[in-house]
Write a protein that binds this ligand. Sequence first.
Ligand code: AMP
Length: 286
Amino acid sequence: MRVLRSIAAMQRLAQDWRRDSARIGFVPTMGYLHAGHLSLVREARRRVGRAGKVVVSIYVNPTQFAPTEDLSRYPRDLKRDLALCRKEGVDVVFVPNDATMYPGKAEGKYSTYVVEETLAVRMEGASRPTHFRGVTTIVAKLFNIVLPDLAVFGAKDWQQAAVIKRMVADLNFPLRIVVVPIVREADGLALSSRNRYLTGRRRAQALVLSRAIAQVRRVVRPAPVSAGRLRRVVQRVIAAAPDARLDYVAFFDPETLLPQTRVGRGTQMALAVFIGRTRLIDNARL
Ligand code: AMP
């Protein structure tokens, strides 16, 4: 397994691979890897085959964090991440730094961003107005560096995957986006690097997200229900945890992300909840 830190080295290697007709599968991450990330890596390997190449990037991208968010304390453990990637048979881990990805940014010499203007507006985009601009920009840059045939994303960030798919279609990136299911702890909590922030008492309260989804599932099973009534169902579940505060809950079409007022089977549900200062997200197809 090679660890590359320079864009030129990564691009050159990817170009060599492509010349040799090796398929490239790419998994972009912010590191502090867990079983959710590793399921993306396995899917990339399954799709490109033994003869193909799997690239994982590890980069905590500053442009997708607002100034008030957790950029500086975001968990990092590169040594452990590299060991996990090696065990998974990853070919290259690309680990750039800020000077590499955004040269001259502090002096105003970096000024190009990619913005998706429709799918990125609601939900995460409403709560974190500059977030997806940072995501689409870094992912577009990484696609131009890694030159993948396919890139694997997690359903954990459902809206992100939809925004990336739209960007790839709109900007004609010659690659396929693959989305893999959410990996959860045995008790239902979706795996996330940010779960690291949760202390014992708050770790237990974090179960309100998956509980809210389960409760909504039960309510809509017999027949469709109004989004307003389901919002109250969710609020009740969240209110049971003293340190939990609902940021948003949304019911929408899984492909178009358009809000649905009558919610039934097949509707996508997503929510964001603060547990203390830690903001968690979850989603599911009902
Ligand atoms: P992150 O490192 O949080 O930026 O996540 C990198 C990729 O891993 C994204 O495509 C996420 O959607 C995906 N991911 C994160 N957590 C999970 C999970 N629990 N299950 C599946 N995919 C995940």
